[in-house]
Design a protein around this ligand. Structure first.
Ligand code: KG4
Ligand code: ZN
Length: 375
């Protein structure tokens, strides 16, 4: 049709992604190249490796999404790119690509805050099958897939933002654990966030301690389902400190000590039987979730809002979803969790760029990256 379309580019961490999204939120083309396999052996994302992989993949990923949408650069209304926060080298690849294409195709440029986009995903519904990798990116974890259908996402808020805001926004990902007061999609006030590890990072580190692979959040959650969540008394750091900040590094250390030493009375290592592993995972998961739920609840009540938006990879966690659902029922607020496919990093949530376009908020061609979180 003749609907306006934009190209959104995402390269803040370790996914290289592009999407072609219409003004009404339909996804005409989408491609994601994940780097999980490249970082697995290191038990975490290695910034230099991430940047290099983005560089190799960004143009094929963009090409694939445009091709899937059946359009060329000249058909675009704008080019949007996440310029913050993230790994410097990773951000740079996306921003330089977006600026170059904006210049070559003479299109306006829009800068996206990646965390705002994670929360905007709560407004997008999901019924699509992204192409999982570029056809021409020759990495081991990017199997060519040229037959993936181009399909559709529709915005849940066609009536406008008023149905969703004001809200509290909780982002729980591998890189971030953050609470915002959201007045609308792009007017957000930072309330607090982690002062050390992100929640997903803590899951990944516990997974590594138990040799469950990387990223290990899903594996830890799976083991946790079989375990006793009060087998270990792990700390709920900062739960009652009155702030909206989080800390998970003490919890991670407590788990380590429970497994290998000084925290245990006999100073020996635990024998990691399946039962013990499950108990460690369940007790750890409960500690993380308790704090996330307690602080989100307090943010809701202290700000007098009626809705909680949740995004980021850890939002897929079942215990978190269950406890948030219970809290929502008890306290009487609406809970909106992003669709699972839009919880992890993707470019479709770059549809938030339309909100900026509507307000005339464009970036100039000397746009620079902003790796750190702006409070
Ligand atoms: O949003 P995301 O792709 O990360 C960043 O943008 O940084 O989320 C990935 C994170 C990883 O740390 C992963 O272990 C965690 O989300 N994760 C989970 C679950 N699924 C993914 N953590 C706990 N339970 C899950 N079910
Ligand atoms: Zn993210």
């Amino acid at each position: 049709g003749n609907e306006d379309v934009l190209l959104a580019i995402e390269s803040t961490c370790d996914e290289t992604a592009a999407a072609v999204v219409t003004r009404s939120g339909r996804v005409l083309g989408e491609c994601i190249a994940t780097q999980e396999k490249l970082h697995e052996q290191f038990g975490g994302v290695v910034p230099e490796i991430a940047a290099r992989a983005h560089l190799e993949r960004i143009l094929p990923v963009i090409d694939t999404s445009l091709h899937q949408a059946g359009i060329s650069g000249s058909d675009l209304q704008a080019i949007a790119v996440a310029d913050r926060p993230g790994l410097a080298g990773s951000l740079l690849v996306g921003v330089v690509a977006a600026k170059s294409l904006a210049m070559a195709w003479q299109k306006p440029l829009v800068a996206i805050n990646h965390l705002h986009a994670h929360l905007y995903a709560c407004q997008l519904s999901q019924s699509r099958q992204p192409t999982t990798s570029p056809q021409s990116a020759g990495q081991p974890d990017s199997a060519p897939d040229s037959t993936s259908p181009s399909t559709v996402t529709t915005a849940a808020d066609e009536k406008g933002d008023t149905s969703v805001y004001p809200a509290i926004g909780l982002i729980v990902s591998g890189g971030h654990t953050t609470l915002y007061l959201c007045r609308d999609a792009i007017d957000l006030t930072y309330l607090g966030g982690t002062i050390d590890d992100a929640a997903g990072e803590a899951f990944d580190k516990v997974a590594t301690m138990l040799s469950l692979g990387f990223p290990g959040g899903v594996a830890v959650a799976k083991w946790a389902e079989q375990g006793n969540d009060s087998a270990f008394a792990f700390p709920r750091s900062m739960q009652h400190d009155g702030s909206y900040d989080f800390s998970f590094s003490g919890l991670k250390t407590a788990v380590r000590y429970a497994i290998v030493g000084p925290g245990r009375q006999d100073f020996s290592s635990l024998e990691l039987t399946d039962d013990v592993k499950a108990d460690v995972c369940a007790s750890f998961e409960a500690a993380v979730v308790d704090v996330l739920v307690a602080k989100s609840r307090r943010a809701i009540s202290e700000h007098g809002v009626r809705r909680l938006l949740v995004g980021g990879g850890v939002a897929a966690n079942r215990r978190l979803r269950r406890q948030l659902t219970e809290a929502a029922q008890q306290d009487g607020f609406d809970l909106v969790i992003a669709p699972p496919e839009l919880c992890t990093d993707n470019a479709v949530m770059g549809a938030i760029a339309w909100k900026k376009i509507d307000r005339g908020e464009f970036a100039s061609l000397d746009l620079d990256i902003t790796p750190g979180l702006q409070r």
